[in-house]
Structure formats: structure tokens, C-alpha cells
Write a protein that binds this ligand. Sequence first.
Ligand SMILES: [Zn+2]
Length: 315
Amino acid sequence: MNVTTKEIFKSELPVGETLSIKRTRFEGSRQDEKKKRISIVSGIHGDELEGQLAIYLLGRWLNENPDKLVGIVDIYPAVNALGVDTITRGFPIYEVDLNRSFPGSKDDFLPGQIVYALTQDIKGSDIAIDIHSSNIFLREIPQIRINKEFSNSTLPLAKELNCDFIWIHDAVTVLEATFSHTLNSLGTKTLVVEMGVGMRLTNKYGDQLLRGMLNLMKQEGIIECEEAFEVRTPFTSETGSVAYMNAPKSGLFVQFLDHCAIINKDDKIGDIVSPLTGEVLAELKAPCDGILFTLREYPVVYEGSLIARIFSTNK
Ligand SMILES: [Zn+2]
């Protein structure tokens, strides 16, 4: 196995610092004519770190099992390197969301140059995975979001990734300026993973996604090994509907349920309380049976804040 780290983008910043975006390539040493390539990206949003853990675990596994790699694994753990360094979701200074800046170009403003460099580097990969971790307000169980337009090619791959839920979005709701839309349009089968919570690491989710990535890589002939990576069967949004729960009042959300619980209609999810008066302002009960796949993490809520998303197989 050959391991090389390369700078895919570099720019001098006005403050005398250098912005550098790097990728590491793990390449099997067997001389195959056409090696399959998977590219794994995280940190397009600088405050989302769960993907860095999953990518670290994958790199460690490859370092421990160099003989099992047949294809090419490219990792880009911190695309928005400046955002990661400054705990910022968007690209600092310009205050733009890199995942709304694709495909970019060479002559674009700095964020557009970065996403262009990333796109050019990944172009030609067979598969790409873009790992996100929600934000600081909401916790997500490991799930995959895919665009209906590309679901014929991406849904079978998504099922190999050991996630709990696959959410297929209608083409109309999908933004074209994203990483996944750009790479899917260029012929790389691209999946978006959402898991965990912003600014934090969830160890068990890192392990869960590692197993899924190894399973996918084995199925696709990127690694070869005896080991069977057993994966869970995800729910998909094709077989049910998603219900949203929003806060009816402003206050402090005190949760009663573990995340990712299978819940029944009228189960208590939590209370919105007033620390000032000692009152319960609202009792929140599940509107349907299903799995709670998104749950409010940050406890201060305002009227209308998203509290939970529940996937229901009732209809
Ligand atoms: Zn994100």
C-alpha cells in the first residue's frame, strides 16, 4: 500500500497565514489496470467533526490492514480547513456556505476556487461520500440523504453503509450548488451522510459508519478480505412519511427520550419549561408511531424551533 498526502489547494491569506487543503491517498500496491476509487470528504461545514472521526478510523484500519486494499481510497477530512480552525460552519471572512458554492471555478472568489479544486481532484472517482454532522442544535441518527434524480445508482450503495435511515429527497428540493449534486452530475455516485451533532464526536456513530464504509468498499472490490462486515437494514423514506415536531412555546426543552428511540403515538418526548416561573409551558408527545431520527440537542428553544423528526411507517 502506498500512502501519500498532497495539498490540493493553497492560498496566502491577508493575515500572513496560509490556507492549505489536503488529501491523503491510500493506494493498493497490486498493479491493476483500473483501480476503483472512493473519495471520502468531511468538514465542508467547519463546525461538523463527526466525519473526521469516521475518516480517522478508516485511515487507521487501512494502516493496520495494508494488504487488504486493492483500489484507491482518497480522504479529505477538513475541506473547510479555515472553518475547522475557527469553529465556523461557513467559510470565514466571506461568510458563505461552501456547500452552496459548487461547482466554482478557477477565477471565482476564494470559496469558489476551493470547491473547484476539490471537484477537480475528486472527479473520476467511482464513489464519493460526503459526511456531515448536523449542527449544534440537532442530533441525527446515522442516515443518508439522497436525491431522487440519482437514486437508481446511489440507493443500492446507501444500503451498504450501515446507517439507520435513508431519506430520499425529491429533485425539486435539492440544491444544485452542493457537493453531492455536482459530483453526481459528473458521474461519481455520491452519498451524503448526516450523523451526530455539530462540534462533538459520537464514538459509536464513528464505529457504525466505519463498518458501513468497509462493507461498501468490500462489496465494490476496493478492499478484499475474509471478514464479513454485517450491516443493519435501513428504513427508507419510500416506505413511510416524515413527521416534524416544532416547539409550540419558547423556553427550555427538557428531553425524556433517548435519541433514536422507537416510539409510539403519545409517548412523551419532553417538556418545554420556564426556569423563571417553574411552570411546564408545553408537554411534547409523539404525534405518531415511528423512529425518532432527529432530536433537539441544544435546549434553548423558541416558538417554531424544530424539536424532532419522526419517521412513521403507518402510511
Ligand atoms: Zn453539514
